[in-house]
Design a protein around this ligand. Structure first.
Ligand code: ADP
Ligand code: MG
Length: 238
C-alpha cells in the first residue's frame, strides 16, 4: 500500500544542499509490522516524515494506496494524513493542559465529530489501551508508558490504516518499552500497518521486517528473524 521509488530528499545547507535520502526503493504492504533501523543521522526520521506526508521529497515517486503523492498541496496532504495515517512520537506530543481523554479525542475535533461522540470514542480507545481509569489525568500525572498509551490512543482514534512511530520507546525504560511494543503488536494484529523507527536492535527484533538505513540508503531489508539470525556462538540481536 506504500510504494517508494528512487525517493530523494535534500535539506538546504549554507552554500548548497545536504542529501539525506539518496534513492529509496521500498514497498510496504497492508498489515506489515516494519522497523526502520539505523544510527543517528542516517535519515530515519526524514524517511518516516516523507512516508507520513509531513514533509515533501525532491525526486522519485511515492504511491500511497494507489495514489501518486508527488506535488500534493498542503491541504491534500492533510486530508490523506487524517484519513490514512496515525503518528506516535518519542516525546509523546501530548497537550499539557488537556486530560488523557481530551488528548486522545483531539483528532476527532479536527474531523468535526460531535463532542459527545468524541468523548465516547476516546473513552473506548483509552479502554483498549488499559487507560480508561486515567481518563481525567493530565499528562504530568502520567508515567512515560501511560503517556505513550494515550498518544497511541490518539493515533488510533481516526481508524488509520498505517501507524508511523518515530522512536516510540526512545524515552522509556526497557520494561515499559516492551509493554509499548506489545501494544503496537496488538494494533498490528488488528490489521493496521505499523512502521517503527528505532536505533535499538531489541525493539527492531520485535517487528516482522527490518529495514536498515545508512547515510540515506537502504543497506538491508529482510525478515527480522533473518536479520537478527543468531550467530554460531549464540549471540542475540546485534
Ligand atoms: P535520524 O532520524 O536517522 O537520526 P534524520 O532523518 O533526523 O536522521 O536526519 C538525517 C540528516 O538530515 C541529519 O544529518 C540531520 O542533521 C539532517 N536534517 C534533518 N532534519 C533537517 C532539517 N529540517 N533541516 C536540515 N537538516 C536536517
Ligand atoms: Mg530521528
Amino acid at each position: 500500500m506504500l510504494a517508494l521509488r528512487r525517493i530523494e530528499k535534500s535539506y538546504p545547507l549554507a552554500g548548497g544542499s545536504l542529501p539525506v535520502l539518496k534513492g529509496i526503493d521500498l514497498d510496504i504492504g497492508q498489515g506489515e509490522m516494519v522497523a526502520i533501523m539505523g544510527s543517528s543521522g542516517s535519515g530515519k526520521s526524514t524517511l518516516l516524515n516523507v512516508l507520513g506526508l509531513l514533509d515533501g521529497f525532491d525526486g522519485g515517486d511515492y504511491d500511497l494506496d494507489g495514489v501518486d503523492m508527488a506535488g500534493l498541496s498542503e491541504k491534500q496532504a492533510a486530508r490523506y494524513r487524517s484519513q490514512f495515517l496515525g503518528f506516535v512520537f518519542q516525546s509523546f506530543n501530548l497537550i499539557a493542559f488537556k486530560t488523557a481523554l481530551e488528548n486522545a479525542a483531539l483528532p476527532l475535533f479536527y474531523q468535526k465529530v460531535s463532542r459527545r461522540e468524541r468523548q465516547k470514542r476516546a473513552m473506548e480507545m483509552l479502554g483498549k489501551m488499559g487507560m480508561d481509569d486515567r481518563a481525567d489525568h493530565l499528562p504530568s500525572e502520567l508515567s512515560g508508558g501511560q503517556k505513550q498509551r494515550v498518544a497511541i490512543a490518539r493515533a488510533l482514534i481516526t481508524s488509520p490504516r498505517v501507524i508511523l512511530a518515530d522512536e516510540p520507546t526512545g524515552a522509556l525504560d526497557s520494561t515499559t518499552s516492551s509493554e509499548v511494543m506489545e501494544v503496537l503488536r496488538e494494533v498490528n494484529e488488528s490489521g493496521i500497518t505499523v512502521i517503527i523507527v528505532t536505533h535499538e536492535a531489541d525493539i527492531a527484533a520485535k517487528c516482522d521486517r527490518v529495514i536498515r538505513l545508512r547515510d540515506g540508503v537502504i543497506i538491508e531489508d529482510g525478515l527480522s528473524s533473518e536479520v537478527f539470525e543468531p550467530t554460531a556462538n549464540g549471540a542475540g540481536p546485534v
